[in-house]
Design a protein around this ligand. Sequence first.
Ligand code: FAD
Length: 657
Amino acid sequence: MSEYSFGNPEVVEEEVDILLIGGGMACCGAAFEIMKWIDAARAQGTDIKVRLVDKAALDRSGAVAQGLSAINTYMGENDPADYVRYVRGDLMGITREDLVYDTGRHVDDSVHNFEKWGLPIWKQPGDEGRSLVEGGKPVHSGRWQIMINGESYKWIVAEAAKKALGTENIQEHVFIVRLETDKNDSGRVAGAAGFSVREDKIHVYKFKACLLAAGGAVNVFRPRSVGEGTGRAWYPVWNSGSTYTMAAECGAELTLMENRFVPARFKDGYGPVGAWFLLFKAKSMNAFGEDYQEKNYDDLAVYGYDKYAVGFKMGTCLRNHLMMKEMKEGRGPIFIDTPTAMAKLAENMTPKEIKHLEAEAWEDFLDMTIAQCGVWAGENIEPDKEMSELMPTEPYLLGSHAGCAGLWVSGPEDLPGTPDHYHWGYNRMTTVRGLFTAGDGVGASGHKFSSGSYTEGRIAAKAMVKFVLDNPDIKPALARSVDEIFEEIYRPVRNFLEHKDYTTDIDVNPHYIAPKMFQFRLQKIMDEYVAGISVMYQTNAHMLKVAERKLEMLREDSEKMRAKDLHELLRAWENYHRLIAAFAHMKHIQFREESRYPGYYYRADFMQVDDENWKCFVNSTFDRRTGEWKMKKVHWIPLIVKSDNEPEGIGNPGSRV
Ligand SMILES: Cc1cc2nc3c(=O)[nH]c(=O)nc-3n(C[C@H](O)[C@H](O)[C@H](O)COP(=O)(O)OP(=O)(O)OC[C@H]3O[C@@H](n4cnc5c(N)ncnc54)[C@H](O)[C@@H]3O)c2cc1C
């Protein structure tokens, strides 16, 4: 029997050249791409050792775990410049156009690979059996979205990653807690540390470069689903803000952390609406059957939001805004009219075709959000016969869907007009040398989705190999001792073991706080003061000041979290990561004195979209020893010329910062 135990874990130290943290779309892309460049380096006489660590199992980890029903970023015959126009329109004008263009120009190759590896992509009648590269025309659910049978999407992508990297270079069920800077260079990352969620082991890695792609953050805010529905959320429950927190604590600059994503989804089941709106052309309405988008359209002009809409073409947050007005003024619930859409589509169809259509509609949920089917079954709803309710969810922090929170990274060097502050060396490298990110980690460039995140992982992989080859003299040395790191990671366990006998009920103890209770406190603060659901997504400077004080107290209390087993140790550190990500979100909202993303959140004291002062990025850095946040404005530069059918706001000059 091993001498190691819960209270006395084994410490495993390893040195590699490159560490990939996360096993989602971005890291799978990196894993697939990196071996080509490593093989090329080996042929030139340099060996590069790489390792991937994921807190879960690669086959079903990350946001794509359950499957998807569409690939949302595919160019096909479109120009990547138009893709940039679409992304900046959706994100209220402020995006890193260099990063978006870079993803757009490379993404199709990844999608073609997915198809080659076995992902079924729907084709138009007559083109069945022809792959995309053979000229097969996909079924679009929108200009950039193509339909798939995607229940095994992640499995397929993970298989290719495993084949490329070799399973011996992949460690599953290891949760990374911290990045460590270099002892002799505080501007460079040199290591990472975490623990196994299955065995009593602490893992400490040293490396020259690292891809931190551990997704976005869920459960930072009190969710709509509580009590009997606890655990249900739109965003996958296992991404807990690790990317933002670990990078920030290592000194990396964050950008647009004030942004969030509030998807309007089928109520309670969080089922996707994209295919219903885009493919089946369903309409949404208020409780009185009114088309609230049309009815509330003029309201956009009150605070200058109309500058970011062209007719009914507008960003996701503005569509939310029109819906929220109805809800606030008491004309809810909001419904999606699924029966009319189905009946209309069926008008000229044979019974066989209608059956096929119904199958497609169910497939949309069965391959992606099975829980939605459970809700319908439980409530006796047949969506083709009865309308369903829509609801804006609790907020999530992410950088690859219709949101753009994340890290400030260096972009590609070859795009004309790119300013110096967009590029400082290696593509997708953060402001900390050797630390790269991709997917939900990269800020100011949303709408990458699964295929774009994967592509960014590939881009980062190539750049990391170059970084390693360019810096042969780096000998990583951790700024802190392994003992210090160990004590910090295991502090929740020590808190528990030392104090558990103080009371008869281990859950009630003045010496520690259970991770679950800690999470409730965090969610309550964020919900009530930082524009959560209970205050209809509104906040102001006074509320944010209260939030700041309470979050600071929670930060102090985080040292008192307990872990009674490995599962709670995981929960403790997930919640710590959530806390720092939440702090960043609050500080950014506090700093940006306008409502840039109405429908995602409102600064009730600054309701305007204020291009004159705030058409810029907001970036921040965090000092984890002092707890101090430094905020600044960063100049935004448009790179792709405005087209005639883009909203007026796109052409508005940036603020002079
Ligand atoms: C509900 C939902 C629906 C979506 N629908 C679509 C769609 O229809 N089409 C589409 O193209 N895209 C869709 N997307 C977007 C797509 O899923 C994401 O863009 C993509 O998964 C982001 O990739 P990523 O690698 O950044 O994060 P993820 O794929 O989420 O991967 C994150 C990885 O990090 C690991 N991890 C987290 N924390 C740690 C830690 N501390 N230590 C170690 N590992 C850690 C996780 O286990 C996971 O493997 C959807 C996303 C969501 C949430």
